[in-house]
Design a protein around this ligand. Sequence first.
Ligand code: ASP
Length: 320
Amino acid sequence: MTDSFSRAALPQIVVLGTGGTIAGAATGDPSLPGYTAGVLGVDALLQSVPALGRLAQIHTEQVANLDSKDMTFAVWTQLAERVAYWLAQPQIQACVITHGTDTLEETAYFLRLVLDTDKPVILTAAMRPATALNADGPQNLLDAVRVAVHPAARGLGVVCVLHGVVHAARDVTKANTHAVEAFSSGERGPLGEVDGEALRLWRQPVPEAGAPFPLPAASEWPRVELLTNAAGSDSALVCCLISSTALQPRLGGLVVAGTGGGTVHRELEAALRWAEQQGVRVRVASRVGPVRGGADDGLNAVKLRVRLLLELAAQNQAER
Ligand code: ASP
């Protein structure tokens, strides 16, 4: 934990590092595509953007340094605890988190559901490693800090700032595997944009029913598995998941990325009804995109899974 810049009159924020391509380094020639995610520390990322020192007094902490495809519930618990710790300090105005793009939308939505603060939490990331000649991370970090210190960001909750666009945690999704404009907020659209020093907000995030949820301890996360409905789907996977004695913890919930508006093959559907009779909680999203209406309005399958994980963890805690 270090003070990277100390300019007493500036707002104080914290930047937490978790890894990702934004902290990635080339495995060979930087002009070639090969790199490893989660190599550089958060202090090194800040040092590559000297302009940050004119915007804020920045504290840093390295919470993890991983490729976000390998994100774990233990890291989520630790991250939420560290964000809560820093934001409870009266002098800290906001928290920026550097993250990989692969599971950014899940981490953002998880934090949105467990944090109880009106101070802004901003996740940012990059599609190109820090050592790339045309790295996008430095600009994204600068934009994220600009949002963090902006008075209008208070009350926005957890947002993601990427390629000059401000996305709500509920709506943001990775929609492209290679372009720097990799993120989309779907039909609802982004919250706003960062344009130089200006933050332009077009709308507020939608409220989250049930939030804040209790934060599960690292050992208390339930098991919720994801299935996809497709041609030929049947009852086999559901039967395996329920009857397996190898699963620890046992299956608590299933989220199905259904077809179309959330439809499921009749054989899989019959298995899901049976799973519910065994006490497994079942929720259906769509593999096409957000389904409108209902309590899960607009949540994709991975975010619906985050919500169900936290609902089940809260239920388990209440029953203990
Ligand atoms: N695999 C990387 C990660 O999610 C991809 C990225 O950050 O763009 O950590």
